[in-house]
Design a protein around this ligand. Structure first.
Ligand code: UD1
Length: 337
């Protein structure tokens, strides 16, 4: 299939691009580089041996999206592009709703016009809000605690309604848990702007000496060691899940939701210890107050993805920690050489 990856220069998009090409598909990237670097594209060429067509556009821009669709003859769209910082979304909700919803609507309109019928969406476990219980199953109640999360849930609804109205449309909603790790080559990885919000990039920046110590947000949660528990998944496993999802969309109509996680919950301190052991580096940390909006525990029941998509996470936590560190240590300044 020829697949449009919006946000294909980002962390998950770039890893998915490699796995799609490995599986024999063609990839085209549309990205405005607002949260990614052009160097990613050179590295993707180096890793895949292919010149991946690239459109430096905002996918909310109707005219530019229309002319790209007119030229490319896509079979499918994987929509990664979107703003994703929780704190920023609380401060600038309208910016989040405008950007994240507009891009989706523009894509759906172009898909209808050019008869492109397969859509895979980057959703998030954040749509479960404060979970009633873990592990999380796809049918559980949803509800969000911040505008970023609401954009994900609203887009899920828009796509579900679009697929109900158009019997040719297939939609797969992928609810990601916590992607970490990097491509084993150490050539592509996560390159956050400014001080990282997420745990693993923070740890790797402490390891490289860019940040003095990790702040652990709370040690009084009802978990095995008091720190927050999450389902960390290797980004390459996650990328492979997209290959399965797009192939599923091509064969099935309607909307389907899948959790992409490992099903295993690790605490913040489990991750610190695993990183230290895998890489033989000490990570100094201090306990800080809980972070607003955080929950105690969040991990997936990944059974549906296994049974229906034939996908299952394979990488160990040790490899996730090694790959995260290989990327950071080989690229101390990320993509900025
Ligand atoms: C966060 C977002 C979530 C988003 C996901 C992917 C919040 C509240 N949630 O998930 O909506 O989909 O990223 O980008 O921001 N931690 C520390 N110290 C740190 C950083 C994190 O102790 O410096 C802890 C957190 O309290 C949490 C765990 O590490 O228990 C994971 O945090 P993080 O990597 O930010 O992911 P989530 O909060 O799960």
């Amino acid at each position: 299939m020829k697949i449009l990856l919006t946000g294909g220069a980002g962390f998950i998009g770039s890893h998915t691009c490699i796995e799609l090409i490995k599986a024999g598909h063609k990839a085209v990237i549309a990205d405005d580089l607002s949260n990614s670097k052009p160097a990613v594209l050179e590295r993707l060429k180096e890793l895949t041996g292919q010149d991946i067509p690239f459109y430096n556009i905002d996918v909310a821009d109707k005219e530019k999206v229309d002319s790209m669709f007119a030229k490319e003859n896509f079979d499918a769209v994987i929509h990664f592009a979107g703003f994703k910082a929780v704190g920023e979304s609380v401060a600038k909700p309208l910016m989040y709703y405008r950007n994240n919803l507009d891009t989706t609507l523009t894509l759906l309109e172009a898909m209808a016009k050019y008869n492109v019928n397969n859509f895979v969406f980057s959703s998030s476990a954040t749509v479960y809000g404060v979970p009633e219980r873990v592990p999380l199953v796809e049918g559980m109640k949803t509800g969000c605690t911040n505008p970023y999360g609401w954009t994900k849930l609203m887009i899920e609804q828009i796509l579900t309604d679009a697929a109900a109205a158009d019997k040719n449309l297939s939609v797969v909603l992928l609810r990601y848990f916590n992607p970490i790790g990097a491509h084993p080559s150490g050539r592509i990885g996560e390159d956050p702007t400014g001080i990282p919000n997420n745990l693993l990039p923070y740890i790797t920046q402490v390891a490289i000496g860019k940040l003095p110590q990790l702040g652990v947000f709370g040690n009084d949660y009802p978990t095995h060691d008091g720190t927050g528990v999450r389902d960390y998944i290797h980004v390459v496993d996650l990328a492979k899940g997209h290959v399965k999802a797009i192939e599923y969309a091509d064969k099935n109509k309607g909307t389907e939701i899948f959790n992409l996680g490992t099903g295993i919950g690790y605490s913040v301190l489990d991750i610190v210890k695993a990183f230290e052991k895998a890489n033989d580096i000490k990570i100094p940390y201090v306990i800080k107050p809980r972070r607003d909006g955080d929950i105690a525990e969040c991990y997936a029941d990944p059974t549906k993805a296994r049974d229906v998509l034939g996908w299952q996470a394979e990488e160990t936590l040790e490899n996730m920690c090694k790959d995260s560190w290989r990327w950071q240590s080989n690229n101390p300044k990320g993509y900025e050489e």
